[in-house]
Ligand binder design. Structure first.
Ligand SMILES: *Cc1c(COP(=O)(O)O)cnc(C)c1O
Length: 388
């Protein structure tokens, strides 16, 4: 069988329109490039999209938002934070930066999410917080997780980097816990190049974090009583978003309904196309209480093909289908973490299965449902060729 490309289907492409470009250029034509009205408006519009009790703080990245979340809650040395083994390094790095100890939980093999039962088993007298990640657009069981948190008086930080648009019982993810973070990295649901959002249901938390991310200063330059004069009431960092980024974010957010619909339609089409595929299955969540917001098609290979994941990926790429791996290593197996804490493979078999036997297929806004047939055809061809 030949491996001539049918066509190029990239894993992801940022969706940038003429309006997006105009919005950024308009900022550059003015004089305010940072802490101005674009950031304020982006924060207000992002809050409005999430729900009536959301308070948003624009950030330079999701990683920065996670960092200030732990700083704000005073979590540090001697404290334990329960984190998913299957996530981006940033989720856990934030815990490390404040000096706390991450305690890893394995995931549900069907969705990649941490399960409330697994979290509860890891609680010790030192536990101070739970870090929840809504994996590839599937909401975690937040009602049950919040019960565990309430019982043990734990803070809950939701990493929503790849879950914009996901809801449980009508409530957007990120509005269940004490704080939440979003990412606008180019391949995420919406983009500002680099960028992120800190969100909390609690206004005082959002206000304190707004200071933390801006040198500890509580007023922007336009709000100062005496021009040029400001005092610094607390310690802080500079994790601000620029006006160009915020303008891009607002323009992106204005198309959010269409964006999420495209992803969902593509995911459903891919699911249908791969229904008869014997050598793997897509991670999925069908709980009727949940609105999922598919980020990619996470195909978990089975049987003989699982052992040949890398060959399969190479073949798929040669056929023109771009792929990724979410995420390439369970975090406790990454060199930094395994060196510091040791790695016990028996503890995270599900997280390892997703890293070692998984391949992320495209379903982004750059594609339409009809493209999913080509993706699925390539999957079947690659599988046949690899299995010989
Ligand atoms: C991408 C990602 C991050 C990091 O986001 P940045 O905005 O690049 O800092 C954090 N957590 C998860 C789950 C991610 O997928």
């Amino acid at each position: 069988m030949s491996t001539t490309k049918v066509r190029e289907i990239p894993f992801a492409r940022p969706w940038i329109t003429a309006e997006d470009k105009q919005a950024v250029m308009k900022v550059l034509d003015g004089h305010v490039l940072t802490h101005g009205p674009e950031c304020k408006n982006f924060e207000a519009e992002f809050s409005a999209f999430l729900g009536p009790d959301a308070h948003s703080v624009s950030m330079s990245s999701c990683m920065g938002a996670l960092h200030v979340a732990y700083l704000h809650f005073g979590i540090g040395k001697g404290d334990e934070v329960i984190v998913p083994a299957q996530t981006h390094a940033a989720t856990v790095h934030a815990v490390e930066w404040v000096g706390a100890t991450p305690v890893f939980a394995d995931c549900d093999p069907a969705t990649g999410n941490m399960l409330p039962e697994a979290i509860e088993k890891l609680v010790t007298p030192k536990t101070k917080a739970i870090s929840v990640v809504h994996f590839v657009g599937f909401p975690c069981k937040m009602d049950a997780i919040m019960k565990v948190a309430a019982q043990h008086k734990l803070k809950v930080i939701e990493d929503c980097a790849i879950a914009l648009g996901a809801r449980l019982d009508g409530r957007h993810v990120g509005l269940w816990g004490d704080a939440a973070t979003f990412s606008f990295y180019p391949v995420k649901h919406i983009t500002t190049g680099e960028g992120g959002m800190f969100v909390s249901r609690h206004k005082d938390v959002a206000e304190a974090v707004a200071r933390l991310r801006a040198f500890g200063v509580d007023r922007t330059h336009t709000e100062r009583a005496v021009p040029g004069f400001y005092d610094v009431p607390s310690l802080g960092l500079n994790y601000r978003m620029s006006e160009m980024q915020a303008a891009l974010g607002r323009s992106q957010l204005s198309r959010i309904t269409e964006n999420l619909k495209r992803r969902k339609d593509n995911f459903e089409a891919l699911k249908k196309e791969l229904a008869g595929f014997k050598s793997g299955h897509l991670l999925d969540e069908r709980d009727p209480r949940m609105v999922t917001s598919p980020y990619c098609g996470c195909l978990i290979l089975a049987g003989a093909l699982a052992a040949k994941r890398n060959d399969f990926v190479a073949k798929l790429n040669a056929l023109g289908v771009g792929t990724s791996i979410y995420y390439p290593q369970p975090v406790p197996r990454m060199k930094y973490y395994r060196t510091k804490y040791g790695y016990d493979a028996a503890k995270y078999p599900r997280a390892a299965e997703i890293s070692d036997h998984g391949v992320a297929l495209p379903c982004g806004t750059h594609l339409v449902p009809a493209d999913m047939r080509d993706v699925a055809d390539a999957v079947r061809r690659a599988a046949t060729e690899v299995l010989g």
